[in-house]
Design a protein around this ligand. Structure first.
Ligand code: 4F9
Length: 254
């Protein structure tokens, strides 16, 4: 996967490319990373990339020519890449979209600054408009990093262990199960015994139960959207029965 980022602040990406999984993915050539400075495509002497908004108002708008020039340069470099504009008006980003983007062989990420970009930047040049959430940032750069991060870890081999992203939260529509590591006893709390038992099947069943429990408590909306399989229904039914028993108990007698 080849990432090209269009930004007026390319230096913001230096620490991002140089740490952890992203750095290793670059070193192992699972991804390539580069930036294009939009300012380099401004043709006036002062290389201006923004201007006052027509109609009046306080905000500045990104000029169309430098941005279009930069997008064309990037898509020439990566003709089969998808192009993404980061904007609060875009489609909400989620794991399925990360999967879709991971299927491209390249991505051009366009970071706006100021109040927004001129409406006339040729929308034929942009495949996706994506928002990372309902809030306004000072620019699209952090949003681009978030997308690159989420996409990179889905690229085969990028996480080290084979298919390491397979059991992640959201991969099956549920939050991931609880995790424990050493020590076995920490501040009086023990690691659940089944995890030490070596019974692969029982461990899998415990993990599914943990996953379902956490999703029910923390993100019931995910559970409502999900198509449950037989085993999942059995586990949830068991809990329903447990709760029913508590509710049917005649508390006045106590
Ligand atoms: C981009 C906000 C993506 C949320 C870009 C200002 C943005 C954003 N998601 N805010 N420029």
């Amino acid at each position: 996967m080849d990432f090209v980022v269009l930004t007026i602040f390319p230096d913001m990406f230096d620490p991002f490319w140089n740490h952890g999984i992203i750095r290793r993915a670059i070193e192992q050539k699972k991804i390539s990373a580069s930036t294009i400075n939009i300012r380099d495509y401004a043709r006036d002497r002062h290389q201006v990339t923004d201007d006052k908004t027509y109609g009046g108002g306080s905000g500045m708008v990104m000029k169309p020519e430098p941005l279009a020039g930069a997008i064309r340069a990037a898509t020439q470099k990566l003709p089969t890449a998808g192009s993404v504009l980061l904007t609060p008006q875009g489609k909400p980003f989620h794991q399925n979209m990360a999967r879709e983007l991971a299927s491209f062989d390249g991505l051009v990420l366009i970071c706006g600054r100021y109040e927004g970009v001129d409406e006339r930047i040729c929308h034929d040049l942009i495949d996706y408009e994506i928002s990372i959430g309902d809030y306004v940032l000072t620019g699209g750069e952090l949003a681009a990093m978030i997308i690159i991060d989420a996409v990179t870890r889905l690229i085969p081999g990028a996480l080290g262990g084979e298919n390491a992203a397979e059991n992640d939260s959201f991969s099956n529509g549920l939050l991931e199960h609880a995790h424990y590591t050493r020590p076995q006893r920490y501040e009086g709390q023990e690691v659940p015994e089944v995890l030490l038992s070596g019974h692969h099947q029982e461990i899998e069943r415990w993990r599914l139960e943990s996953s379902l429990m956490r999703t029910l408590l923390k993100r019931p909306d995910l559970l409502q959207q999900k198509r449950l399989n037989q085993q999942e229904i059995i586990i949830l039914d068991k809990w329903r029965n447990e709760i029913d028993k508590v509710l049917k108990f005649d508390h006045k007698k106590r």
